[in-house]
Design a protein around this ligand. Sequence first.
Ligand code: UDP
Length: 380
Amino acid sequence: MFDVIIIGAGFAGSVLAERFATQQNKSVLLIERRNHIGGNCYDERDDNGVLIHKYGPHLLHTDDEEVWKYLSQFANWDVYHHHVQAMIDGQIVPLPFNLNTLHKLFPTPLANKLESALLNRYDYNSKVPILKLKQSTDKDLRYLADYVYEKVFLHYTEKQWGLSPENIEGAVTARVPVFVGRDDRYFNDRFQAVPTKGYTELFKKMLNHKNIKILLNTRFNELMRVDGDKIFFLDQPFDGQVIYTGQLDELFNEKFGSLPYRSIDMKFEIVDTENYQPAAVVNYPNNYDFTRITEFKKIHPIKSITTTILKEYPQDYVPGKNTPYYPIFTEENQKRYEQYASAVKEVKNLTAVGRLAEYRYYDMDDIVKRALDVFKTFGE
Ligand code: UDP
């Protein structure tokens, strides 16, 4: 019998499996429905020899030294500063929208005027969420805000979420603020890197321990169920800790209704050219059904005469048909989620952790930190 059962082998489940196994010498059963570990961070080489991120681009960036040191036990790193550009009115310009973007898109006199308006109001190198900028009373700032909103945020957000920026929690669009500076990088964190051998190898190293047994291709409900305040494993009451990282509506048979998630149809293409685009990611806020194109060679450099790109087509999540990637942050969904979160609390040996289970927009570093903190509640 196992001391701990963990459902889901993404970062939340894998970090906790590693911690229980190595720090408390607990035996861990890690159940994963897919045929691989690593959750949505999973990467693999395609026919072209390019390391692709099967579930969309994953770029590790963090200011958290604990997270950085923890992950560094399982990987060597290649320093990598992520650059994203956006196709706006036929031009490819840096994102987040910054002072360089401004000068690329506007004639110099107007760009200078708008730059002055920004610098009069905000410190150099500050970050301003678009919905905040839109509330400006200054006429020039308001003009700029309306432009950026329309060209960068409105249609991308409608494609990505099926909602306008006003109808989704402000924190979502605030992830990509207007940047009152000239740093063209997508992130400003201290640590930015990709694992030299990829994420899948990092997970393999993390989970390679005699105390951890991994069951792939297995749905948790084939082995276990929650009944009242008890968990049953192979029809026997299970008193050890259970960590669940999947969707809570599934765990509780949708008793409060279904929790909406957003999915993406990931379409990979091998293109017969050495270089496809000027940055690893180019966003297409307008005019196309996809939101962005990632060229993986620019993340994991390799010499080859062809290149692999990924186009992302957002769509609703339909259980059994596609993958839930993002919780959809509306008040109504949050209320429903809270009902499920209360149900988790009724079961004393059950903990819900992760982007899906906590209905939170965790980045990779956030979820590693969260899992490390959750582990500390079990007594280190
Ligand atoms: N966003 C946008 N236009 C862009 C980039 C981002 O409107 O060109 C908004 C959009 O709502 C998106 C959110 O900002 O979902 C967060 O973007 P991020 O790049 O962080 O998304 P992720 O990489 O997590 O999918």
